[in-house]
Design a protein around this ligand. Structure first.
Ligand code: AMP
Ligand code: MG
Length: 357
């Protein structure tokens, strides 16, 4: 489903939706709810926070949005030169002259790139922020995405390798070692920003909250004193139904799906998660949801595991601590990591084949 807004198409990516209302208020008459929504990072972000003091909740949520906005501005690669937002974006600077001289980075942007390089290494390049020049060929974020020719892709793939990105820790800089290389933090920035927002809420003493950043979910605490939050994982082929239901407390669930930003041409679905080896949409997965404690990590891994596909992706979760995954594969199988079996329910009669552990 797509929503027309401000002249451009923005995918509605409420990937995961809440199955049961937030019942915090009903547990304790003094518990207040404060909720607010903003459009940011190409999606609707909603924050609901619960506590005793409404003014404090409002302050906390405002500060959390402020932090997300800061990360958004620093990482947005789309503003044009001359624009005020361009000046605030580290990624615009890196993509404009980072192949000529080192660019000094904000600490969070440094950390984002550092994390990205780590996930590239452990996935042997399935995750790769230098995919930007090939992303631009496809133009998914525009009104007019297109299927590039094989020769165009081949040419731009010469610029795709995380090995061209060199960080200098002492100087806090990045340098792109090949002319024309560009980076795109779209696979990690939203989750990272949502995590920073959750950290802000916690600093304000919030013990119960829910952040929904266009389907990147973070829950703080439990839904009430004893019950975890119930979160539905959207069926990648039917937005009105769920493929599974998660029980979460103090965790995050981040989904990458082929239904989120895509177009159909001659009956073929083309979507925005590219296999950096081919420059084309990765095709082993319909959706994968990562469940863990840190939303930046979950976001990086959702994209990584999407590209790797269920077999290699689930193998990788075994090597990583505290990472769980829920896959809907393009073979119509649901498969999950070991740690998830007590946290997820797939309804009897699901249209998918559930490879239960
Ligand atoms: P996500 O929805 O978190 O999986 O992120 C998808 C976004 O990440 C795309 O819109 C691109 O901006 C970027 N991207 C696409 N393919 C890759 C990849 N293989 N590695 C890293 N980033 C990617
Ligand atoms: Mg991601």
């Amino acid at each position: 489903m797509k929503l027309k807004m401000k002249g451009c198409f923005i995918p509605v990516i409420l990937i995961i939706f809440l199955l049961s209302g937030c019942s915090a208020q009903s547990q304790n008459k003094q518990t207040e709810e404060y909720s607010s929504q903003q459009f940011m990072m190409d999606t609707f972000i909603s924050i609901k926070a619960y506590g005793q003091n409404k003014e404090q909740l409002e302050k906390a949520v405002g500060a959390a949005f402020g932090e997300m906005k800061r990360i958004d501005l620093l990482t947005n690669r789309f503003p044009k030169q001359g624009n005020k937002e361009y000046e605030k974006s580290d990624i615009c600077k890196v993509n404009s002259y980072g192949d000529k001289r080192p660019v000094k980075l904000d600490k969070d942007v440094f950390k984002l790139i550092d994390m990205s390089l780590y996930y590239s290494k452990i996935s042997e390049g399935a995750f790769d922020i230098t995919v930007a020049p090939v992303m631009d060929l496809w133009n998914f974020q525009s009104d007019n995405p297109r299927v590039p020719s094989d020769s165009e892709i081949k040419e731009k793939l010469k610029l795709v390798s995380y090995k061209f990105v060199k960080l200098n820790k002492e100087e806090g800089t990045v340098f792109l070692t090949k002319p024309g290389v560009k980076i795109d933090l779209g696979a990690i920035a939203k989750g990272y920003a949502a995590q920073k927002a959750a950290d802000v809420l916690r600093k304000y003493g919030i013990k119960q909250a829910l952040i929904n950043a266009g389907g990147n979910i973070i829950v703080i605490g439990k839904k009430d004193n004893a019950t975890p939050w119930k979160i539905g994982i959207e069926d990648p082929r039917d937005a009105s139904s769920v493929a599974g239901i998660l029980s979460l407390s103090d965790e995050t669930a981040v989904t990458s799906g082929d239904y989120q930003r895509n177009f159909v041409k001659n009956g073929v679905l083309y979507h925005h998660i590219l296999d950096p080896k081919t420059g084309k949409p990765a095709n082993k997965t319909w959706s994968v949801t990562i469940i863990t404690k840190d939303s930046g990590i979950a976001d990086a891994l959702s994209t990584t595991l999407f590209v790797l596909g269920p077999e290699k992706g689930l193998e990788l979760t075994k090597k990583l601590k505290g990472i769980d995954a829920f896959y809907v594969g393009s073979n119509k199988h649901i498969s999950i990591s070991n740690g998830l079996k007590n946290k997820v329910t797939v309804e009897e009669g699901s249209k998918y084949i559930y490879d239960k552990k």
